[in-house]
Design a protein around this ligand. Structure first.
Ligand code: ADE
Ligand code: ZN
Length: 325
């Protein structure tokens, strides 16, 4: 049986975490008050009531609504620094952080403020805690696809991002329609990832690989439904950023004991473990590993394996990866 303190000691990498999903109830309530935002819940008890989800859409409704409390550069700074402080505590030495620009822009927040807050916290955390990070904005696939390329060009002008991603409601929103935006991102040297095979079918994973040319698949757990795809992922060693607590919280698997991550590992896929939205799904990276490993009876070697996989799957240069191994 693994324990949190034991696995905290292993240096770790996280590749799938949405900064808005690290908004803990106490900071949420504090920001609501600071910014005069009224929420349908105003104490920790009722927050916990609301943080119970049926599926991805049910979660997204709460997540986007809570994000309304993030308004000023300082809010994004506080949010990001709190997550990076948590990384220090858990010995997460490097993390690639997602954010959702469109949900903030749609509320009239300047993208420059959002990014300035996140970037300032990054520098601070690197200097103070030695935790390194890079930043990946995600396009929300349930918003008009035509908004994505102009937004990418704005972010190109602001600078500082390492890649782009694709997230939000997956069902009936296939990756392929974002083809032009992802092609442009690649042409300017950005890395590409996409959420696929979380709630959506295995075909969306193949589409993300073939049409968007993504380098990692976020989630990807529904790959198991296709033998051909499993074979391809094994041969190509495409990293999957698997998020066990998220999958259980959103009903993708009934409980951790039913999760397929052990089978994905046994099949030789390049699996990594991540927290997705830790404030909403019951815990950070270390807890995800501990509880999943205990539920499935996985080994310490497999902990090391997923961490080695995560180092290989990062968007840092080869010499740096070598040093991390
Ligand atoms: N945005 C935040 N978390 C997400 C998830 N698990 N899937 C899709 N979009 C998200
Ligand atoms: Zn996600």
């Amino acid at each position: 049986v693994f324990e949190i303190e034991q696995l905290k000691k292993i240096p770790k990498v996280e590749l799938h975490v949405h900064i808005e999903g690290t908004l803990e109830p106490d900071l949420l309530l504090k920001l609501a008050e600071r910014n005069g935002v009224s929420l349908p819940y105003n104490d920790l008890e009722s927050v916990r009531e609301v943080f119970r989800f049926q599926d991805l859409q049910g979660f997204l409704n709460v997540y986007y609504s809570a994000s309304k409390c993030l308004q000023k550069e300082q809010d994004f700074y506080d949010l990001t620094l709190a997550y990076l402080r948590k990384c220090k505590e858990e010995n997460i030495v490097y993390t690639e952080i997602f954010f959702d620009p469109q949900t903030h822009i749609a509320r009239g927040i300047a993208l420059e403020e959002v990014m300035a807050g996140i970037f300032a916290a990054r520098s601070e955390a690197e200097a103070r805690f030695g935790v390194r990070s890079q930043v990946i904005p995600c396009f929300e696939r349930d918003r008009p696809v035509g908004d994505s390329l102009p937004l990418l060009k704005t972010m190109e002008r602001i600078g500082g991002i390492v890649g782009i991603g694709l997230d939000s409601a997956e069902r009936d929103n296939p990756p392929s329609i974002f083809n032009e935006t992802f092609a442009y991102a690649r042409s300017i040297g950005l890395h590409c990832v996409a959420h696929a095979g979380e709630e959506g079918p295995p075909e969306y994973i193949a589409e993300a690989l073939d049409i968007l040319a993504v380098e990692r698949i976020d989630h990807g757990v529904r790959a198991m439904e296709s033998t051909a795809l499993m074979q391809r992922l094994q041969v190509e060693q495409t990293p999957l950023t698997v998020c066990p607590f998220s999958n259980v919280a959103l009903g993708v698997f009934e409980d951790l004991a039913c999760h397929n991550v052990g089978k994905l590992l046994e099949a030789g896929l390049k699996v990594t473990i991540n927290s997705d939205d830790p404030a909403y799904f019951g815990g950070y990276l270390t807890a995800n590993i501990v509880d999943t490993w205990n539920a499935l009876g996985l080994s310490l070697e497999q902990v090391i394996q997923v961490q080695r996989n995560a180092i290989d799957a990062t968007f840092i240069d080869a010499a740096e990866k070598y040093r991390m191994h």
